[in-house]
Design a protein around this ligand. Sequence first.
Ligand code: GDG
Length: 470
Amino acid sequence: MEAAEFVVVANRLPVDRLVTGDGEEIWRTSPGGLVAALEPVMRSVDGAWVGWAGQPDLEIEPFEAVGIRLIPVALSAQEVAEYYEGFSNDTIWPLYHDVIAPPQYHREWWEAYVTVNRRFAEAAAAAVAPGGTVWVHDYQLQLVPEMVRELRPDVVIGYFHHIPFPAHGLYAQLPWRDQVLRGLLGADVIGFQRAQDAAYFLAAVKRRLRYDVKGSTVALPDGRTPLVKGFPISIDTAPYLEMAQRPDIQARAAEIRESLGNPKKILLGVDRLDYTKGIRHRIKAFGELLDQGTISVEDVTFVQVASPSRERVDAYVQLRDEIELAIGRINGDHDTMGHTAIRYLHQGFPREEMVALYLAADVMLVTALRDGMNLVAKEYIATRDDNRGVLVLSEFTGAADELRQAVRVNPHDIEGLKEAIVTAIEMPPREQGRRMRALRKKVLENDVTAWSSSFLRALEEARLEREATR
Ligand code: GDG
């Protein structure tokens, strides 16, 4: 395969493998924002994407699908268990989300993480053209920037971190804290969601590696000066606007309301079933409002979509049990024949159905205990071109930095959360409109193309600077 000017490296390829009834293999674009953001870039420059196909023990040669050159990295079942479910999702994920769940530290997981990161780095180094660009994504691949740099000192390397970076007091727990910092510092541009994440990373670099930090750059002993900055990610807004205006989707939204027994207000939560999302806190607050008689099931229905996620990690199995027990109790106490308190859906839905739900929802509840950005909040806003609806938003999401006109909450404060829910339910249409217009302006102006352009611009500057010092 010919070398590519621009190589994206992410844990997953942007496609899902499907095997049809008659055994034929087909590849379908996976419904992720990252693909939508990078597709135009991948097409305009000759690009390639390095990633895992999502199934263990699948050895596939590089191929082209959905117009992108794809370079699969194979993982054994044991590597999936140790590198992905283990180190990525049971060590780094809980540690970086403020230890909401206890991180598990296992040396064999770390070893698998190093091995697999090296495999990704080798694939990227082999694919990239002389002087080309490599853009690495996310916490599963934190060692890849340094590893690519060792193999290919001629290329420009970017890294974007989709989840939070923790304060030093927490980060310091990681037995391999220095190795991870060095891994990331292999990049020329290290992007985080919020300015706060970048500041925590820089503080860790200063404390642990004793490197000088000047503004947003680190002075490395080898003379390089990587840039460390917040680049808040966003969504591709156009499809949400289009879907919001489709008569069939609007009809579906009305049908959803009807099938819930025409409550006055519909509250909505949409999350991967994850302990970072604050689903239990939201359910608790809602249940107490019913117990107190502040709201009734005749008037208010709460719809919670919890899409299945990481079902082989213990903490997720336990969380699902807790959520389902809590919902069962609340519904048992409050349901009537015609109305339910919480309509709980442990399922994934097509995007059209999600948009119909956004249109049906009077109040959107985003109560994450910690979240890198939270795209659901932005999707809800992009959908509401009727300028109605209220977003209740946790201050612990990256989105809270930008979406100032949301009703802000600290989800740990159950009384405060209850008050916020009541405020949202009772908000007059004029105030809904005032806030929603401001929120929409923000999201429509700062869409995913603005995000990728600003990151790529920073990479271009890094390239120019490098050429100038050479
Ligand atoms: C990570 C960071 C950061 C969910 N259920 C269904 C469905 N979804 C879609 C949502 C949204 C996406 O999944 C979830 O994105 P979030 O940003 O809310 O959260 P994470 O999955 O945790 O993402 C996060 C993000 O990376 C990007 O950098 O914002 O902070 O944790 O698009 O709509 N989509 C469909 N059916 C579902 O049932 N179609």
